[in-house]
Design a protein around this ligand. Structure first.
Ligand SMILES: [Zn+2]
Length: 165
């Protein structure tokens, strides 16, 4: 017997007591499946029908649509997303020690909730690792370089004939 796959594409409507495939509801134009239209409630045949839906062409196409939208480079806001990532890594790199101090303070602060203190402690430990610091420096360097090239490519005065072979 194979282990049951995680059906994180399913969502329950508390008001209708039906389940929906939120992936198909949002990213498919098909009206063929109750999972993406009116909701599914045939509980007697749920196992078989949900399995069939998960392996259907339409569901897989909707999953592909969602993945395609997650690829930043194909989005209209690609430049903004890239710029934000660039600024975020720069801010983390420049304030690395200060961020660690604040996380340590938060992890010891009795006024914070247990989960906040735990999360702060975990982040502090992670930031103390050499690999994390190295990754921040590397990503910052790479993203700053990409940003610089983007700015040059978008410059109205760019002379394409001046690009070396
Ligand atoms: Zn689906």
């Amino acid at each position: 017997m194979q282990p049951e796959k995680n059906k994180d594409w399913l969502t329950l409507s508390a008001s209708t007591h039906r389940v929906f495939c939120w992936v198909c509801k949002l990213f498919s134009n098909s009206t063929m499946s109750s999972l993406s239209t009116t909701g599914f409630y045939d509980w007697k045949h749920a196992t078989e029908r949900l399995h069939d839906h998960e392996n259907s062409f339409l569901h897989r196409e909707a999953v592909c649509n969602i993945i395609q939208r997650m690829v930043t480079s194909s989005r209209i806001d690609a430049c903004i997303v890239e710029k934000q990532a660039c600024e975020t890594t720069r801010a983390v790199r420049e304030n690395y020690e200060k961020i660690k101090e604040v996380l340590l303070e938060m992890s010891l602060n009795g006024n914070e909730t247990t989960s906040t203190r735990h999360e702060a402690s975990c982040l502090h430990k992670k930031m103390n690792k050499f690999e994390t610091g190295l990754c921040v420096v590397m990503w910052d360097t790479i993203l700053q370089r990409i940003d610089s090239v983007n700015k040059n490519l978008q410059s109205p005065s760019l002379d394409l004939s001046a690009v070396p072979d």
